[in-house]
Design a protein. Structure first.
Length: 335
């Protein structure tokens, strides 16, 4: 389930390899990013189910710490063959507005579902101006967010009695999960990670991030001051950052026995080029999937990704191996 046809698939793989190799050859200048403390919270209560990001975002403005429907039932006990699922939201998002469609779908399929709000940092601690908006989380240092995720996973394991969880991460949520897997002992506690539009190799931000990185590597720190606006985690996700290089050090993407399903959308305007979300060809235990392969009418962009019926079916199939893939229209941004 990559690009249609062997020639197109080979071209996609070569683009990805060139993107990764180019970063590996460049010198790295450590940008001066304000890395203050951040906090995390367990969302309580449950908001209504949503079918698109915009209404979920709007609802979340007044209830930024409410859980998505079906999530955080601490009396839930997994049924046989169903590991608990931990949902990890993206930058400037939260558990509710990111997962108000996928969470109830997982719950209906018989899973115990859990979601946290992490990387909560005020402006003075590196959260950027987005931190002034209710529910704009995941702006703090991603290394610390990985540790916060680990504490939450331990809470889930203790509550459910399970030995491992499955995870779904959107955007930064995917690399926060990978940080936890590689550097915080998470590989022993996670069976399968699905990422949606994750910045696994950093992002060029349609060339803006690449330009900033080029200037930084000439010895002029332009990214550090920008972090004051976009937040620490935003700069850490720029192509060839110190964080991304450390996350992928030694070309090691897959950790332990964890299985990976990496999903990208051709209409992603945040993780760019969209192929930069994929693990290198041949990575063990890994399946790279382009959302539109076999379903061209799905126009999901970065924010609409987690409100794509096809993406929901890919998540369910990754965990149970039996769910039929869905193909349905999904509009750019509006779902």
């Amino acid at each position: 389930m990559t690009m249609a046809g062997p020639a197109a698939a080979a071209d996609q793989q070569q683009q990805l390899a060139d993107y990764i190799n180019a970063g590996a050859k460049k010198p790295v200048v450590a940008e001066n990013i304000l890395k203050g403390d951040s906090t995390w919270r367990t969302p309580v209560g449950n908001g209504p189910e949503q079918q698109a990001f915009i209404p979920a975002f709007t609802y979340g403005l007044s209830s930024p710490d409410i859980a998505p429907p079906g999530a955080n039932d601490w009396h839930c006990r997994p049924t046989k063959g169903h590991k608990p699922v931990v949902l990890v939201h993206g930058t400037w998002e939260n558990a509710y507005n990111n997962w108000a469609m996928i969470s109830p779908a997982l719950k209906r399929a018989g899973y115990c579902v859990y979601a946290l709000n992490y990387g909560i940092a005020p402006l003075s601690q590196g959260g950027g101006v987005a931190a002034l908006l209710p529910g704009a989380y995941a702006t703090g240092d991603i290394t610390k967010s990985g540790t916060q995720l680990g504490v939450f996973v331990d809470k889930v394991l203790h509550s459910t009695g399970a030995t491992k969880v499955n995870m779904v991460g959107h955007s930064q949520g995917g690399i926060t999960a990978r940080q936890y897997l590689r550097y915080d002992g998470g590989a022993a506690k996670v069976d399968h990670l699905v990422t949606l539009g994750a910045t696994n190799n950093g992002t060029s931000l349609n060339g803006i991030g690449t330009l900033g990185r080029t200037i930084n590597n000439l010895g002029i720190d332009v990214l550090g001051p920008i972090a004051l606006g976009v937040g620490t985690s935003g700069i850490q996700q720029v192509y060839d950052s110190v964080f991304i290089n450390h996350l992928n050090a030694g070309g090691k993407y897959a950790i332990g026995d964890v299985k990976y399903t990496i999903v990208g959308t051709r209409y992603d305007e945040v993780t760019t080029p969209y192929q930069s979300t994929f693990f290198p060809p041949g990575t063990p235990n890994t399946t790279n999937i382009t959302l539109q392969d076999g379903c061209e009418q799905d126009k999901s962009d970065h924010l609409a990704f987690s409100y794509s019926p096809r993406a929901v079916s890919i998540v369910l199939r990754a965990f149970d191996g039996r769910t039929n893939l869905v193909c349905a229209p999904n509009a750019w941004l509006f779902g």
